[in-house]
Design a protein around this ligand. Structure first.
Ligand code: AMP
Length: 277
């Protein structure tokens, strides 16, 4: 496994990889969710590249950039046994040197849901992912369904900008009680950690109703809200039942739909989603 920081080193290392390359972009503090993406890339590509970069431009001014968990040594020790070929761990100065002024922005699809709560978030995500794609030139790029809107936005960007690669979406990995794995779960303590299962429970309640034939989207949103409101520690930011492709809120479910939510538990912000097909 080659681990590089600078762009010149990265280019040299990339040139040494013959055949197909799968890229797994991450912000580090890796868990089983990230590792599942790497395993999938390994199974489908000749080589696997992993980027580890806590991207400052996707954090809002009042968000957790400075305290976002980091442990590069541990991350490297987790991915080396998986057969990763190349790790890129650039600094913020390498990605955004003094004088930097180019941004990639996807429009309508970034406005609802996460975009409504975090108005500058996706501009940072699409810009950094476009830079990763340009620098590493992968054949396939692996993302988690856990960040459903991110997947939709990146797909749109790849289509709009004609990036010659395939976006591969991998299922959400969960803890034994159903909590979606996330680097931010580290912030959850004691009772908040126990209460965090309520997101999974709310999604399941709506899914059961859907499987029972319910197609009224407002009824499904109510089901999720009722479960979340029964947990006094949980503070709802949004609950959504939207079209899977456009992310517009639905009245009636006719095709593929996305149930999603953002919930605060104490100061920790959690998101989760289910796809209804
Ligand atoms: P992050 O380091 O949080 O930016 O995540 C890097 C990639 O891992 C993104 O594509 C995420 O969607 C994905 N990911 C994060 N958590 C999970 C999870 N629990 N299951 C599957 N993929 C995940």
């Amino acid at each position: 496994m080659i681990s590089v920081i600078g762009l010149d080193e990265l280019r040299a290392a990339r040139l040494s990889l013959k055949g197909t390359v799968g890229l797994v972009p991450t912000m580090g503090y890796l868990h089983e969710g990230h590792l599942s993406l790497i395993r999938r890339a390994k199974a489908e590509c000749d080589h696997v590249a992993v980027s580890i970069f806590v991207n400052p431009t996707q954090f809002g001014a009042n968000e957790d950039l400075s305290k976002y968990p980091r442990d590069l040594e541990r991350d490297l020790s987790l991915i080396e046994p998986l057969g990763v070929d190349l790790v890129w761990n650039p600094t913020p100065e390498i990605m955004y040197p003094t004088g930097y002024q180019t941004w990639v922005e996807v429009e309508a699809m970034t406005r609802p849901l996460e975009g409504a709560m975090r108005p500058t978030h996706f501009k940072g995500v699409t810009t950094v992912v476009a830079k990763l794609f340009n620098a590493i030139q992968p054949h396939k790029a692996y993302f988690g369904q856990k960040d459903a809107q991110q997947v939709a936005v990146i797909r749109q960007m790849v289509w709009d900008l004609n990036f010659p690669l395939e976006v591969v979406v991998c299922p959400t990995m969960r803890e034994a009680d159903g909590l979606a794995m996330s680097s931010r779960n580290k912030y959850l303590e004691g009772e908040d950690r126990k209460a965090a299962v309520v997101l999974f429970q709310a999604l399941n309640a709506a899914k059961e109703a859907y499987q029972g034939g319910e197609r009224d989207a407002e009824m499904l949103r109510s089901r999720m809200k009722n479960v979340l409101e029964a947990e006094p520690r949980a503070q709802i930011q949004y609950v959504s039942c939207a079209d899977y492709n456009t992310l517009e809120e639905l009245e009636v479910i006719k095709g593929k739909a996305l149930l999603s939510m953002a919930v605060l538990l104490g100061k920790t912000r959690l998101i989760d989603n289910f796809v209804l097909e």
